[in-house]
Design a protein around this ligand. Structure first.
Ligand code: M6R
Length: 609
């Protein structure tokens, strides 16, 4: 949560920082601010609301310094307001912060006793005072920052400026991400790559417990004891336009439409077409113990958790290995039964979700081997897991996750087939059939996306209802959960996902003409069962919207609205059936005028508990 940007170089810093903040706005949008150091002194501008409000605030000002900091906030300590917006200043020290300081109350009380006065309710202002306190005690800027961060407990990515040391910026990373960008006569840092991509492709992800001192022509890295560390930037071949809307109205719509491409990229170089087999590179070989895994345990949050739930059906069916699935925030606070024979798989688009990171750390303490299924390269989950399987879906900017989900599913199919081949459970012939289905998915997805008009028509008819029930059985049950999550998070309409077989145990009491029921009714093991669930809802005057692979007339005849899905092996249907549900949520939200890409109260990466 929260995005920070820092720039130092020869160009005007303000437009670079504002542009960076726009690219990080998915991380939080309660307030934003900039601090620019000019020859005339320091200018700080802060504003409650979105980046556009900050842009409006500075529109007619001349702020021409060549170094500065920026921040976009997702409120933790203190409500969204101008006063609580970052940057925060104490004397000559200016700080922007992403994270939470756990010992903030004690440190604030300590500083108050030493005569410091606070203007905001934030933990960040306390950090500025703490650094100032050390500078007043005679320490140089760098030493004061090191002394201060050694006292902090919690998670923090910081950008720091000292008015009396105008030739450098400092950034610090502890449990919140920072990527450094290495340019020509200019250097940058930010919470995520999109803020840096327009300026350089040479980047480096900082590690926990490190600090970087940044001038226009150098970046010096050290640990919190002050010991120097090597800087090793890599080249990242991602264009800035990948993080732009490219003609779509919203990032969410763009990312929905990118799915055929995204899942192709997840499969790329991992399917061997000559032998009809899977290769997952130099990770995940038999020597790494995959052949002897006794149990698999998925841990994840939100949409990634739904991918894990679908993963249980996929992995158990393909490999015969028992699978458990946990919400990471539950897993981390009980005594999960993972151990040496368990492979714990953390699924996370961002790789920075605090609960998911804590879950893999716990699994590792219990001797479980760990695998991250991540989209963001070099993210914490990717780095800390024993092995990583990247989804390569490209940057996902919209808060509502879409292409991350389908690409996570593809990674799970690849992994399951790979394990099945290693254990001998999956024959070459069977692997070949699975692979044929996998490679058919992108064009089937294309065909679904071409029917957007049909979804718009359904959305128009149903956008005014205030409650929805989503029902699926078997592998379509996680899809129902995901469809409901999409609708509620971007349109603020109450939606619940349920296993259809459970409606008789309670939810059917809600059914009536005022509550549309969305069915995911795919041909397969439980098709007859879900068809009879549709009949039960129909008998109670429920409004039925069906997403079905049915070729017969029963489901369409029972439904008030129907969307036809291509028929494929039931095990692979989630990749297809989730997409019209994403589009339905998107168009209902657009019709209701909500802020699709930045829904209220949410942020893209949940890096705090
Ligand atoms: O980055 P992660 O995959 O770990 O994020 C997990 C959830 O926060 C995320 O999926 C969230 O539920 C999305 N807003 C759903 O659209």
């Amino acid at each position: 949560m929260c995005g920070i940007v820092g720039y130092i170089g020869k160009r005007h810093a303000l437009p670079i920082i504002l542009d960076g903040l726009k690219r990080l706005e998915y991380r939080g949008y309660d307030s934003s601010g900039v601090a620019i150091l000019t020859e005339a002194g320091l200018t700080i501008k802060r504003r409650k609301g979105k980046i556009k409000d900050l842009v409006e605030l500075v529109r007619h000002e001349t702020i021409d310094g060549t170094m500065g900091l920026g921040h976009t906030r997702w409120a933790t300590h203190g409500k969204p307001s101008d006063e609580n917006a970052h940057p925060h200043r104490a004397g000559d020290v200016v700080v922007v912060h992403n994270g939470i300081i756990e010992n903030y109350t004690e440190l604030r009380a300590f500083l108050k006793d030493r005569g410091h006065h606070f203007k905001s309710e934030t933990d960040t202002e306390m950090i500025a005072h703490l650094i100032e306190d050390h500078i007043k005690a005679g320490e140089p800027f760098e030493g004061a920052v090191l002394s201060a961060v050694r006292l902090l407990k919690g998670s923090f990515a910081l950008g720091i400026m000292h008015v009396k040391t105008p030739d450098r910026l400092i950034t610090v990373r502890e449990a919140s991400p920072i990527v450094l960008g290495f340019g020509n006569d200019e250097n940058l840092f930010a919470s995520d790559m999109p803020a840096i991509l327009p300026y350089t492709d040479r980047m480096m992800f900082m590690k926990d417990g490190t600090m970087a001192v940044i001038t226009p022509d150098a970046v010096r890295l050290m640990d919190f004891s002050g010991r120097g560390l090597p800087t090793e930037p890599g080249r990242y071949d991602i264009s800035a336009t990948m993080a732009e809307k490219g003609g779509y109205k919203h990032f969410m719509q763009k990312e929905i439409f990118e799915q055929p491409h995204a899942i192709t990229d997840t499969m790329r170089d991992r399917i061997l077409f000559d032998t009809k087999d899977i290769t997952l590179g130099d990770v995940l070989l038999e020597e790494k113990g995959l052949g002897s895994v006794k149990r698999i345990h998925f841990v994840a949050c939100g949409t990634s958790y739904h991918a894990g739930l679908a993963g249980k059906y996929i992995v158990e069916e393909i490999t015969g290995i028992p699978v458990d699935v946990d919400v990471a925030s539950e897993f981390r606070y009980r005594t999960p039964l993972v151990n040496k024979g368990t492979l714990t798989i953390a699924i996370s688009q961002s790789g920075e979700t605090a609960d998911t990171i804590a879950a893999i750390r716990l699994a590792q303490r219990q001797q479980s081997s760990t695998l991250g299924i991540c989209n963001v390269i070099d993210s914490t989950v990717a780095r800390e897991s024993d092995q990583v399987l990247y989804t390569h879906a490209g940057p996902e900017i919209s808060v509502a996750s879409t292409k991350a989900f389908t690409s996570q599913l593809i990674a799970i199919y690849l992994l399951a087939i790979h394990i099945g081949r290693i254990t001998g459970r999956v024959s070459r012939q069977q692997a070949s059939a699975y692979i044929d289905t996998l490679v058919s998915l992108p064009s089937l997805l294309d065909a679904i996306l071409k029917q957007e008009d049909r979804i718009v028509a359904i959305a128009k008819e149903y956008s005014r209802y205030s409650d929805f029930l989503y029902l699926g059985r078997g592998i379509s049950y996680p899809v129902a959960l995901e469809g409901a999550l999409k609708l509620k998070e971007i349109s603020y309409i109450h939606a619940e996902g349920y296993p259809a077989g459970e409606i008789k145990h309670g939810p059917i009491a809600l059914v009536g003409p005022d509550m549309p029921v969305v069915f995911i009714a795919v041909k397969g093991r439980v098709y007859d069962k879900i068809r009879s669930n549709i009949e039960q809802v129909k008998a109670r005057d429920g409004k039925i919207i069906s997403f079905t692979t049915a070729d017969g007339r029963e489901v369409p005849e029972l439904s008030d609205a129907v969307f036809f899905l291509p028929a494929i092996d039931e095990l692979f249907t989630p990749v297809l059936s989730v997409v019209p549900l994403q589009m339905l949520a998107y168009h209902i939200a657009v019709l209701n005028g909500t802020d699709v890409d930045q829904p209220k109260n949410l942020a893209k990466s949940v890096t705090v508990e």
